[in-house]
Design a binder for this molecule. Sequence first.
Ligand code: AMP
Length: 421
Amino acid sequence: MPDKVQRVKGVNDILPGEAKQWQALEGVVKNVMTRFAFGEIRPPIFEKTELFARGVGEDTDIVSKEMYSFTDMGQSSLTLRPELTAGVVRSYIQNNLQQLSPVQKLWYEGPMFRQERPQKGRYRQFWQFGAEAIGSPNPEQDAEMIALFYAILSELGITESVTLKINSVGDSESRATYRSTLQEYLRPHLSALSETSQRRFETNPLRILDSKAPIDRELVKDAPKIRDCLNAASDAHYKQVLRMLESMEIPYVQDDLLVRGLDYYTHTIFEFTSDALGAQDAICGGGRYNDLVKELGGGDVPAIGWASGIERLLLVVEALKPHVAGSELDLFLIVEDDALRIPALQLIHQWRGAGLSCDMDTLRRSLKSQMREANRQGSKFVAILGAEAFKNGKVLLKDFDSGEQEAVTFNNVVTRIQQDV
Ligand code: AMP
């Protein structure tokens, strides 16, 4: 016997039972996005590697060690998207979307690819939905973005187990001030820092704040805070965002160690975490990226966005409100006599066309087995097509809940069932 081919490590099959929860979540996302006046965008799954190197940052974990890159037949280096902000911004620039309106509010959903070490809640192909608002520099845009994700959490009924952590990395002037303040504080301890943090000390010292190494965590605990280094404009922006969140009664905690892994952030950054998850507790992350459009060759256009991991969000939903599988099948057609297979197909075709969810046996099984199958699928009704009834243009319709049964003409089946479900 040939070996069975196994799926690639760190990726998942989403099977029909689970897919229902995905569809329910996707329904909520789509609905809330529409209420907030965001339009859907579907950029490609792969892009030129250069886009992520420039757009996400060479020194990030994603670009330095997690990308699925390959060379195609034309010798171009391409990469399966590890995130979608860079792709959305590339698309915004290339399609001149700013000509359509000065603020573009876009949302997306789809699979992302990162070669991380797989564990619960961390996969190599995982799904994200996210939103980007490109065009406004003002704090109300930051507040609207956060309110957007919060509205999705409310709709899912999981706000209670979720914490919004927020911080500001300010504009480039504030970051430069903070960078030297932080370096000054860390310099005497440089040799005690982890190897990665020692390397980042010059290239990207802010990342030392979110290091997972215990020795680094101990050292940064008492480090100067970035919010104390914000210049007046950055400080005012940040404080207004907080005030606006308060006005909408969106609870937050300020997290001075939050810097987020990507290079492109400016001003507001935030993360939503859930206490219903283990180590991988982040369900959404985002922030303002005022320089990215320019860095990718577009105009000087400010923007802000976030992305949320669907698998993780579903783990939270499932932990808090276990899903009860309900059947969606209205009717199972049981065929008593194989000679009636053609009229049976015609009938089921008509009923499906009229909007009923119907199934029938295609294995030509016994009456008893067909009945068992109808039961297994949790069908609300069964219709039995027998030779006698067929002559009179009728089926025997049985309501599985009440146990009632009656002979119903072919044409009345749909109305009879629709009255009931
Ligand atoms: P990031 O793009 O890293 O800010 O991630 C945004 C969100 O995507 C996170 O908060 C997670 O919910 C989700 N996410 C990121 N990486 C993974 C992964 N490897 N597997 C599953 N979900 C992920």
